[in-house]
Design a protein around this ligand. Structure first.
Ligand SMILES: [Mn+2]
Length: 307
């Protein structure tokens, strides 16, 4: 049985339809024509792009027909957290309504502005999406595969790794809690604090004390080399030795999205494959990988639609 993993879509439904057609799935008047395969979406269906409602409708229909599984991305988590109050501070939402957060989410909110029922149904659907996908020989998560983080969250999830109820959001919404850190690790990626009071200024001039760390490539030795950051910005990160070795990944083939890769889709690591090729940017692509039981990723199994 083939599994087609699909990277971050961010509201680009027309590219999604083209990609699905290339993979052999075609929307018909009633339902879908499909190959002998199942889709696994890696999350981040929404925010940024112009066709967010259509994207949700396509993916949700495929899931309801049993043709697809959709994982939660950080954007789906945030959409749910946008309407649930924090248990540790009931005056605040789990996803705070700051100007930046509102801006990031406004196209989604506008798409449902005249469809209260559709909005509530969509949020309820997001709230049940699995946090990771795991089979004996292949696995997937939105941002980072991390066993301790999975263990930390297990008590809030069912056998399919879906949130059992609101407790998942309430517990992982308590800033700084172990559950919060675990959810951030899986959905937003692993971060490492810089040693002592070392900081760097990011592209926007914001002072940072942590780096997003590359958890898949072996032999990273410095904070600068271990950071996941656009090449043009790498020199901003202090070139000092890591206090502890960065994690590496050598287990079963794992697919993930989230990291805004640039350039042509490619296999950079035989067991850890990022499928987010920045469809929301002008020169991005929407990318999929067709898994057929292989141990190591095969570049011939990539399919993508260039913007
Ligand atoms: Mn993401």
């Amino acid at each position: 049985m083939r599994l087609d993993f699909v990277g971050d879509i961010h509201g680009h439904a027309s590219y999604l339809l083209t990609l699905l057609e290339r993979l052999g799935y075609k929307k018909q008047q009633r339902g879908w024509k499909q190959p002998n395969a199942t889709l696994v979406f890696l999350g981040d269906l929404i925010d940024r792009g112009p066709e967010q409602k259509q994207t949700v409708e396509i993916v949700r229909e495929l899931c309801e027909l049993g043709i697809a599984i959709c994982l939660s991305g950080n954007h789906e988590f945030n959409a749910v957290g946008f309407v649930i109050k924090r248990t540790d501070d009931p005056s605040q939402y789990i996803r705070s309504h700051t100007t930046n957060h509102l801006k990031q989410h406004e196209i989604f909110l506008e798409a449902y502005a005249n469809d209260r029922f559709g909005y509530e149904e969509t949020i309820a659907w997001f709230a049940k999406l699995p946090i990771w996908f795991e089979m004996a020989d292949v696995r997937a998560v939105h941002a980072c595969w991390h066993d301790p983080a999975k263990e930390e969250l297990a008590e809030f999830l069912d056998v399919n790794h879906c949130p059992q109820d609101r407790s998942f959001f309430e517990q992982t919404g308590i800033k700084g809690s172990a559950a919060w850190t675990a959810r951030e690790t899986l959905l937003n990626g692993l971060e490492l604090p810089l040693p002592g009071d070392t900081t760097f200024n990011d592209y926007y001039g914001i002072k940072r004390r942590r780096i997003r760390v590359n958890w898949w490539t072996p032999s990273q030795t410095t904070y600068r080399s271990a950071a996941v950051i656009d090449g043009s910005q790498r020199a901003r990160i202090p070139n000092i030795k890591l206090l502890e070795p960065a994690p590496t990944y050598e287990e079963q083939l794992c697919f993930f999205g989230h990291y805004w890769m640039r350039g042509n889709p490619r296999i950079e690591h035989s067991r850890a494959v990022c499928l987010d090729y920045s469809i929301a940017l002008d020169d991005g692509a929407l990318c999929a990988y067709s898994f057929k039981g292989e141990k190591d990723a095969n570049p011939n199994h990539l399919t993508w639609v260039q913007k």
